[in-house]
Write a protein that binds this ligand. Structure first.
Ligand SMILES: Cc1cc2nc3c(=O)[nH]c(=O)nc-3n(C[C@H](O)[C@H](O)[C@H](O)COP(=O)(O)OP(=O)(O)OC[C@H]3O[C@@H](n4cnc5c(N)ncnc54)[C@H](O)[C@@H]3O)c2cc1C
Length: 284
């Protein structure tokens, strides 16, 4: 398949703005977002400081952004990008189930996830996973625990319920969890630490201990160093110049992932600049 001119990772205000700008410049644009609506935007009940639209809800704003992107001809895919690399001048971008190819990339993944749980880092790949679709089969017939900050985690847990002996699910978002498979055991409280040294052996929560061999984490964003290890960060955010260029040629970044202020107007503006810089890059 023809590579995309511009691939945008993240479907919040920054990503959608970049994608619309790319289309306005007549480029082939793919936007891959983990959620249909950005979790951040979904949580903003009432936005009073966005110019021209006082009082709008984050959900309504998100719907307007998305409709605009669709009307401009942006191709939208729901997927979570795991990592990306450069190969013969093109970016190979790995989703959970598909590989995408693009000439330029705009990273618009929202505020970087910095906090990890005690034991998490040491046990990545030794029982800790960020992707049930990718790693679920390793846990066939075993007991697993899913910690999810997003409603999307319910789909991942349901997938695991078909494979695993027992699935515990701890949601860290409000809801009724009606989408959960009845075989899944809903858990409350907070995770205190992950147990085990060479391999995960269990999870300690404020409600008790669970002996499991797999621990899946569904967060709004992956740690940036897992997405693209060569990307230069500054205080945990992607370092960009005023053209939203990162240290890697062809890779741009916009929105909360580049630092404060964490605001919609800033995200939309940076998305626009990032896409224009990508268009300039394509012309060189
Ligand atoms: C409760 C609340 C109220 C707020 N109120 C206001 C307000 O009144 N005014 C204001 O200006 N701002 C407000 N904000 C802040 C505003 O929502 C954010 O600044 C804005 O959403 C940032 O846009 P973004 O596109 O950079 O990131 P986000 O909106 O966070 O979008 C990033 C998207 O990228 C996706 N993503 C992450 N990693 C990947 C990956 N690997 N693959 C694919 N997709 C990925 C995420 O799931 C997410 O959907 C509020 C935020 C909250 C939480």
């Amino acid at each position: 398949m023809e590579p995309f001119d511009l691939m945008v990772i993240g479907g919040g205000p920054a990503g959608l703005s970049a994608a619309v700008t790319g289309r306005r410049r007549n480029k082939r644009v793919l936007l891959v977002g983990k959620e249909a609506v950005s979790n951040k935007l979904r949580q903003a009940h009432q936005v009073d400081n966005y110019l021209g639209l006082p009082g709008i809800s984050g959900a309504d704003l998100a719907a307007k952004y998305r409709n605009h992107a669709v009307a401009e001809g942006v191709q939208l895919e729901e997927d979570e990008i795991q990592n990306l690399w450069l190969e013969e001048g093109l970016f190979q971008v790995m989703g959970k189930t598909r590989l995408y190819t693009a000439k330029t990339v705009v990273i618009a993944t929202g505020a970087p996830q910095k906090v990890s749980l005690p034991g998490e880092e040491a046990l990545v790949g030794k029982g800790v996973s960020y992707c049930a679709t990718c790693d679920g089969m390793f846990f066939r017939g075993k007991k697993v625990f899913v910690l999810s900050e997003l409603v999307e985690g319910e789909k991942e847990a349901n997938f695991l319920a078909d494979l695993c002996a027992e699935v515990f699910y701890l949601p860290r978002y409000p809801g009724e969890y009606k989408g959960l498979d009845p075989r899944i055991k809903l858990v409350s409280g907070r995770v205190l630490r992950l147990l085990g040294e060479e391999q995960l052996t269990g999870v300690e929560t404020t409600a008790g201990r669970y002996e499991v061999e797999g621990f899946f984490i569904e967060r709004a964003s992956l740690p940036l160093d897992r997405l693209l290890p060569e990307l230069e960060l500054e205080n945990g955010f992607i370092r960009v110049d005023r053209q939203q260029r990162t240290n890697l040629p062809g890779v741009f970044a916009a929105g909360d992932c580049t630092g404060k202020p964490w605001q919609i107007a800033k995200a939309v503006g940076e998305g626009l600049v990032a896409a224009l810089s990508a268009v300039d890059f394509l012309a060189t």
